[in-house]
Ligand binder design. Structure first.
Ligand code: AMP
Length: 188
């Protein structure tokens, strides 16, 4: 009984914390294109308590996953990914937009909710069978995360999980990532 009470308390607390995080995300209408409601996390990041709460909650989501590196997707995936990697004592690897990495790269083109782009990773970023968690701020159609998964596969790495702070449920991005394990903290 005591355990059940503890569990209910924890669920309530998590719900409240998620609500605080959700309330700190700003909706920007028609950015970067008409019809898009952009989820702006800069007000959340600016608040040290909420930023720390977000990182701790992401760490909690990943605590039972066996992996060696976090791959962060440019650019907001860098902010969240490097903080999570540091907290979990893992290495951080950037997946960057085309032309930004200095050394030789592997590339993958992908479609966005708005437009298309290319992601790159350094050719020596991973060794065979290295297990990674990919992190980005938001899952929309899933194209960006799928491209990052394809890059990890091109380098013979293994995607243990893809992790998002925000998921736009309606766009069903988890489907194109299936059967790769995905976790997300805040659903809209
Ligand atoms: P997608 O490839 O469609 O899943 O798009 C996800 C990527 O685009 C992530 O890197 C997001 O940062 C960005 N993105 C897409 N839609 C939004 C949105 N509505 N608000 C904020 N970022 C978005």
């Amino acid at each position: 009984m005591i355990n059940l009470n503890k569990w209910i308390k924890r669920i309530n607390m998590e719900g409240k914390n998620n609500e605080r995080l959700i309330n700190s995300i700003r909706n920007v209408n028609d950015y970067p294109k008409p019809g898009i409601i952009f989820k702006d996390i800069t007000p959340l990041l600016k608040n040290p308590e909420l930023f720390s709460l977000l990182i701790n909650r992401l760490v909690e989501l990943l605590k039972d996953i066996d992996f060696k590196y976090i791959v962060g997707i440019e650019s907001r995936g860098f902010i969240l990914g490097s903080a999570v990697a540091n907290k979990m004592n893992k290495g951080f690897i950037p997946a960057r937009k085309k032309g930004k990495l200095p050394y030789k790269t592997v590339q993958e083109e992908y479609k966005l909710e708005y437009g298309s782009a290319t992601l790159e990773m350094h050719i020596d970023a991973l060794e065979s069978n290295d297990k990674v968690v990919i992190i980005d701020d938001l899952l929309a159609t899933g194209g960006t995360a799928k491209a990052a998964c394809n890059l990890v596969n091109k380098l013979n790495g293994v995607v243990a999980c893809v992790c998002f702070a925000i998921e736009l449920k309606q766009l069903n991005g988890k489907e194109i990532l299936s059967p790769i394990k995905t976790v997300s903290l805040l659903e809209f």
